[in-house]
Design a protein around this ligand. Structure first.
Ligand code: BGC
Length: 715
């Protein structure tokens, strides 16, 4: 193979390829053991040798990747290297907090750092590309994949996308420690009907463009190398065959010229969607929409020839797909040195582990606290109760492939190490999902003589992530009985909730003295939790999703449109429930700390602006407490009147501020006039003259926002 392959070289190579070799490049096959659906078209050594496979998924390790690469380069007719794709959702060898938890840092620097560290490890394991970041906006905690993304808000999603793409890809895609990023799942999987995995998303075009596409646009603008089409349909069209979104929007409007791949067997599943009668039709539809790589169904390889002869597919589309795949391989430096990544030296895991602990402590979100936390010196005897107190494997969370759970510390270990002079009584009580309640008595007994109880409850790691929809996202098994028994002792109880989504436990929030979202924090879990419980770290996590009080409130998010009759407590004929408040249990952005920060004196740099202007927004943040504070301050807006009903609140930015005890600081935001644009009738972003409200606050709870009025003048 020509070491200096350039675009001309790619054209020459393309001209030499047989149809079968082209279809081989368009075929990805599973070679490892991690699969999420039926394995079809298994990548056998023979298939690689025959040039019938262009990439392999979820295989890692130098020996395995080198073995296949050698076959591809040395034994196929054209010697085109394979690329290896791996899911790296929150770390490869070293486990970072799940993305939903990491989103709660509201810190692009960390988002990028963890992706960089994960890319280094995965590349050293032979990976060239990752199926990440996951950019689905998620507003329905029944949907288990909420765990894999950055939550409910498109601006957070967009910033998360940029940070992750940068982190994975580094400055140079060809570097031996860079991975090609794959923005997935394009798009709207988070809007699946009733939160049911793989179900259809039936949304207005406005909702798609306003809410679900911004993270993908940001990923493309950041130079993301690949995109994965989603399993679901949107507006009746399966995403794997979605010409308006894949071709017209992504390729033509945004100019995305990277590779688009199917999600797993999604091309074949076009038959299940009912839009293709057979495999040839399925292949033709996906190709027409612009899907370059068939991840596992083998439909392109087996059925595109028939699709061609039936006039369902065009040779030019096949060539364009193969060209994009070869260009990706070129950009990854694979023609130059096909084993460049697997040869790279493995980075010392010490730095990654430190980063994992740091991200974990920053992700922990203190939801309620009556002052019981941090645990005081007077707390000498601690009862540590629950099935997640000493659950090493669960700390890993969903979606990791190469992670060894032994790296994760448990709460029991963390507390014992942090508080060696206290007595800690551990009782599991019940298992996460089981029916056996025989351990509850011992748990109750352990609490009775304790100064404080730490109750560790929640989901099993595998109850979130893919194929983990829950109609009742509360505490599974008999954990509520355990919790009730513990609470009934009257000992001060702190609840730690482990989950990949907000769990619906209003009763626990009400009765525990403090409640902490401990998500799935990865390697640093136990140690990080102990730091927060003891007050050595002042919690900083903020909710990237609205936390409902009942399943009946779902979907729930702050950026909704006004109701015809906004809720009014005194008027029954307004938009509200008769049996519950509209308000969530915790708003987006919520998260307490051991300090107390108050916002005041909101000031705008000007009262009026025109397109092209920059607007400054200032607010004073005052630390009322005797502890150093690290606060996240959110900036929102609302268009007063617009052609399409404007959202009641839109996130426009956030700032992080550090405040010494009893000190104040002025926090300055800069807003571009265009940040206040909305989608016009043709779904183009446009700034409409008129009045806007600007809000600043510590969460999206509208009752506590400071506000100021701003007027947009025509250009
Ligand atoms: C998931 C993707 C994942 C792929 C490969 C699919 O089932 O939806 O997110 O990247 O499997 O592992």
């Amino acid at each position: 193979m020509d070491a200096d392959l350039d675009l001309n070289g790619i054209e020459k190579l393309l001209a030499e390829m047989t149809l079968e070799e082209k279809l081989g490049q368009m075929t990805m096959s599973p070679a490892g053991s991690a699969t999420t659906g039926p394995v079809r078209g298994e990548a056998t050594t023979e298939a690689v040798r025959a040039g019938a496979v262009g990439s392999l998924l979820n295989i890692w390790g130098r020996v395995a990747t080198n073995r296949f690469q050698k076959l591809a380069v040395e034994e196929t007719r054209l010697g085109i290297p394979l690329f290896f794709g791996v899911d790296v959702l929150h770390g490869h060898r070293t486990v970072f907090p799940i993305p939903l938890a990491e989103a709660g840092l509201f810190d692009p620097v960390y988002w990028e750092r963890t992706a960089r560290a994960a890319a280094r490890e995965a590349a050293a394991d032979g990976a060239d590309l990752t199926f990440a970041p996951m950019l689905d906006i998620a507003r329905d905690p029944r949907w288990g994949r909420m765990a894999e993304g950055a939550g409910e808000d498109p601006l957070v999603g967009a910033r998360f996308a940029v940070a992750k793409v940068r982190g994975f890809q580094g400055g140079d895609l060809a570097a031996p420690d860079s991975l090609a990023a794959t923005a997935k799942h394009f798009c709207c999987g988070g809007a699946a009907l009733a939160g049911r995995e793989y179900a259809a998303a039936d949304l207005s075009d406005r909702a798609v463009h306003e809410t679900y596409l911004p993270p993908f646009r940001a990923a493309v603008e950041a130079g993301c190398a690949a995109i994965m089409a989603a399993f679901n349909s949107v507006g009746g069209v399966p995403m794997t065959a979605h010409v308006p979104l894949l071709r017209a929007w992504l390729r033509e409007k945004l100019g995305f010229d990277g590779v688009i791949m199917s999600d797993y067997a999604a091309i074949e599943e076009l038959i299940d969607h009912g839009v293709a009668a057979d495999r040839a039709e399925a292949a033709g539809l996906a190709l027409k929409a612009g899907v370059d790589i068939d991840m596992v169904s083998g439909v392109y390889f087996s059925a595109l020839p028939e699709a061609l002869s039936r006039g369902l597919a065009k040779m030019a589309d096949i060539d364009a797909a193969v060209r994009r795949i070869l260009i990706l391989k070129m950009k990854l430096g694979l023609f130059d040195d096909p084993r460049r990544r697997a040869k790279a030296r493995r980075s010392a895991s010490g730095a990654a582990k430190k980063l994992a602990l740091d991200a974990a402590r920053r992700a922990i979100t203190l939801l309620t606290n009556d002052g019981t936390l941090p645990l005081g010196e007077n707390i000498r005897r601690i009862a540590l109760i629950g099935p997640l107190a000493d659950a090493r494997e669960e700390m890993v969370g969903p979606w990791t492939l190469a992670a060894d759970p032994r790296q994760c510390s448990t709460v029991l270990e963390g507390l014992r190490a942090a508080l060696p002079d206290r007595e800690i009584f551990y009782q599991q009580g019940v298992t996460i999902r089981g029916d056996d309640v025989s351990g509850i008595d011992a748990a109750r007994a352990a609490c009775e003589t304790a100064d404080a109880v730490i109750l560790c409850v929640g989901e099993a790691a595998r109850m979130s992530g893919e194929a983990a929809s829950r109609a009742r996202p509360g505490l599974p098994g008999r954990q509520r009985e355990l919790a009730e028994a513990v609470l009934a002792t009257g000992r001060p109880a702190v609840a730690l909730l482990f989950s990949g989504r907000p769990l619906i436990v209003p009763w626990l929030a009400e009765r525990a003295r403090a409640m902490v979202a401990a998500w799935f924090l990865g390697a640093g879990a136990g140690a990080a939790i102990a730091e927060v419980l003891t007050g050595r770290f002042n919690p900083t996590g903020r909710l990237p999703v609205t936390w409902p009080r009942a399943v009946g409130q779902i979907p729930i998010f702050f950026a909704e449109r006004p109701a015809a009759r906004p809720a009014n407590p005194d008027d029954p004929f307004t938009s509200k429930y008769i049996d519950l408040p509209n308000e969530p249990l915790f708003p987006f952005g919520h998260g307490l700390s051991y300090a107390e920060v108050k916002l005041d004196k909101l000031r705008l740099g000007q009262e009026e602006f025109r397109p092209g202007d920059r607007i400054t927004v200032e607010v004073e943040a005052r630390n009322l407490s005797g502890r150093a504070a690290r606060e996240t301050i959110f900036l929102f807006s609302r268009d007063r009147v617009a052609a399409a009903a404007p959202l009641v609140l839109e996130l426009k930015g956030w700032a992080k501020v550090e405040l010494a005890p009893r000190r104040k600081k002025t926090v300055v935001f800069t807003l571009a006039a265009e940040d206040l644009s909305s989608l016009d009738a043709d779904l183009a972003w446009r700034l409409e003259p008129g009045d806007f409200d600007i809000y600043v606050g510590l969460s999206a709870d509208r009752r506590f926002l400071l506000s100021a009025r701003l007027r947009c003048r025509p250009a």
